[in-house]
Design a protein around this ligand. Structure first.
Ligand SMILES: Cc1cc2nc3c(=O)[nH]c(=O)nc-3n(C[C@H](O)[C@H](O)[C@H](O)COP(=O)(O)O)c2cc1C
Length: 252
């Protein structure tokens, strides 16, 4: 089994590790000219961003040649997965991949303008994250099928969400509005955790225009020197089962 994941703060990497098999980073796979994945089961684990999947995961699905008897898609999210499930089904159909199983795991929400991270971490036990992951693991082990169909209602929902949430998230230039404060020591961790190679650190930290809007840089800065104007607080998050080294290895 191959489990391809995209992660900014570790939730998806943790779920990928829990599912088992070979965990493969999507940012690393995307460096290949051709992506060919063949196995008895192949899956994707990625976060929900405004009811969508990350832009890079969308491009990955379009690029990868996946040969498998069982293809699954797992989203992690914090509050509301909205139209993320029909989005996965629609994209799989467009990419010519038969989607067998899709599910979601509600975890800590790392969306800084919406949530105070301290509350998110304190309230995580109520989400019963381990139980949710156990259920997903059981379903995948049993090769459970639940592929959703995408009808007119879902299509209207996806268009509505894209026209509203799409104006707020997934912006290529998102990071250009970040504030780098005087605590920055130009250690380059922000560039190393960026899955999009969108950050260069010399005498200054510079953000280019192909941001994934994933917040990996904001959450990983060891000096807490990167901020958004509209963040709820300066507290940052990383999944407790995932190290900074693993996020760098996944995204550098
Ligand atoms: C830009 C952005 C948009 C997000 N949008 C949503 C959303 O629409 N619904 C939701 O429930 N969570 C949303 N989240 C929260 C993430 O999906 C969630 O925290 C996820 O588990 C993070 O996975 P990771 O730790 O692997 O990066 C968003 C996070 C970011 C950074």
């Amino acid at each position: 089994m191959k489990v391809c994941y995209f992660t900014a703060t570790g939730n998806c990497l943790y779920v990928a590790k829990r599912i088992g098999g070979e965990a493969l980073s999507i940012p690393q796979l995307m460096k290949q000219d051709r992506i060919e994945l063949t196995d008895d089961a192949v899956g994707i684990v990625c976060p929900v961003y405004g009811g969508e999947m990350p832009k890079m995961v969308r491009r990955f699905m379009e690029k990868a040649a996946i040969q498998t008897d069982y293809f699954f898609f797992i989203y992690t999210y914090g509050m509301n997965h909205s139209v993320a499930i029909p989005n996965a089904a629609a994209l799989a159909a467009k990419a010519g991949i038969r989607l067998d199983y899709v599910n979601t795991v509600k975890m800590v929400d790392n969306y800084l303008p919406g949530f105070e991270m301290k509350n998110q971490m304190e309230n995580a036990p109520a989400k019963k994250i381990e139980e949710q992951i156990d259920a997903v693991c059981r379903d995948i082990a049993a090769r459970k099928k639940n592929a959703p169909s995408v009808g007119i209602v879902q299509k209207i929902g996806m268009a509505l969400v894209r026209n509203t949430m799409g104006r707020v998230v997934l912006k290529d230039t998102a990071a250009q509005h970040y504030i780098v404060n005087d605590d920055c020591i130009r250690c380059g961790i922000c560039a190393k955790v960026c899955p999009a190679n969108n950050i260069t650190v010399t005498d200054q930290v510079r953000f280019s225009d192909h941001c994934e809007d994933c917040y990996a840089c904001l959450h990983a800065c060891p000096k807490n020197a990167l901020h958004m104007k509209n963040e709820r607080s300066a507290v940052r998050f990383r999944n407790e089962h995932v190290t900074l080294k693993e996020i760098i290895a996944a995204n550098e």
